[in-house]
Design a binder for this molecule. Structure first.
Ligand SMILES: Nc1nc2c(c(=O)[nH]1)N=C([C@H](O)[C@H](O)COP(=O)(O)OP(=O)(O)OP(=O)(O)O)CN2
Ligand code: ZN
Length: 148
């Protein structure tokens, strides 16, 4: 009775942990595959030639086994360091279209920002650990990407 809760035959527990990070950037929605007129029609005010800015909020979620010894899916301090490398250094206070080579030919929609962050983080994290990238572009515009 009582005592050690971590018996060797106990089932594996799966946990989800999330770290939130904000960054500021400007961008313009514009596709090189479309005419100027088509761009204006599709993207409207977001096609403004001089761009506009957002305070993006990103939620990075990893999913994995809760380690019986450490009690962690992964160390959040380590996740914080990866987020610094994958999000803050390349994106914070940047013009996404001009400063981030990835967006030279990829429209900087929040969907594509989520894909960019996913691909960058997936290279830094152990395989299969990354579960979801959720970005609040504004309080009302929210994008989820799960690597599919
Ligand atoms: N599918 C997508 N559609 C749009 C995206 C996007 O990333 N994916 N982005 C934009 C623009 O970047 C734009 O900045 C959104 O701004 P806005 O519509 O003004 O944002 P809100 O809805 O929060 O503003 P309110 O005016 O307060 O409603 C457009 N579309
Ligand atoms: Zn925008």
């Amino acid at each position: 009775m009582g005592g050690n809760h971590y018996q060797t035959n106990e089932v594996e527990r799966i946990g989800f942990i999330t770290r939130v990070q904000s960054f500021s950037a400007c961008h313009r929605l514009h596709s090189k595959s479309l005419s100027d007129e088509e761009n204006r029609k599709i993207f409207g005010k977001c096609n403004n030639p001089n761009g506009h800015g957002h305070n993006y909020k990103v939620e990075v979620t990893v999913r994995g086994k809760i380690d019986r010894i450490t009690g962690m899916v992964m160390n959040l301090t380590e996740l914080k360091q990866h987020i610094e490398e994958a999000i803050m250094i390349p994106l914070d206070h940047k013009n996404l279209d001009e400063d981030v080579p990835y967006f030279a030919d990829v429209v900087s929609t929040t969907e594509n920002v989520a894909v960019y962050i996913w691909d960058s983080l997936a290279k830094l994290l152990p395989p299969s650990l990354l579960y979801e990238i959720k970005i609040y572009e504004t309080d009302k515009n929210i994008v989820v990407y799960r690597g599919e």
